[in-house]
Every structure is written in structure tokens, then in C-alpha cells.
Design a protein around this ligand. Structure first.
Ligand SMILES: [Zn+2]
Length: 67
């Protein structure tokens, strides 16, 4: 399931693991295969190049609830 999230954290603040979808972009903890929300393909511009990345998050983080 893909969800469009408007309150995406700034790419510059994310770790390499978050950028490749290993960790939740909101809380920074690892996401599991059983508990993951695919946030859809994102584009960022790096040195004039368009680069795609694929943010993932825990469902509860993506919905804005939790802590
Ligand atoms: Zn999370």
C-alpha cells in the first residue's frame, strides 16, 4: 500500500539507511517486512541530477499517531 505523505522529513536530515528504506524515515528505527508502509517514490535533486529514493515508515508513524 502506498500513501502520500506531505509531512516528509527533509532529505538532508535522513541517514543513508533511511534513504534506502531500511529504516523508518520518521523515527529512525528499522522497519520489518511485516510492519512497513511504503511512502512511494520520491525525487530529490543532487548536484543538478534527479535521484529517486523510496522512503518507508512504520504504519503508525506514517499515520502521524504514536509518540
Ligand atoms: Zn517509525
Amino acid at each position: 500500500m502506498t500513501t502520500e505523505i506531505s509531512r516528509m522529513p527533509a532529505v538532508e536530515t535522513l541517514s543513508e539507511r533511511q534513504l534506502r528504506g531500511a529504516d523508518c524515515v520518521f523515527c529512525g528505527l528499522a522497519v520489518s517486512r511485516e510492519e512497513v508502509r511504503d511512502l512511494g517514490q520520491r525525487k530529490r535533486r543532487v548536484f543538478g541530477l534527479q535521484v529517486s529514493w523510496f522512503p518507508r515508515a512504520h504504519p503508525r508513524c506514517a499515520e502521524g499517531g504514536g509518540s
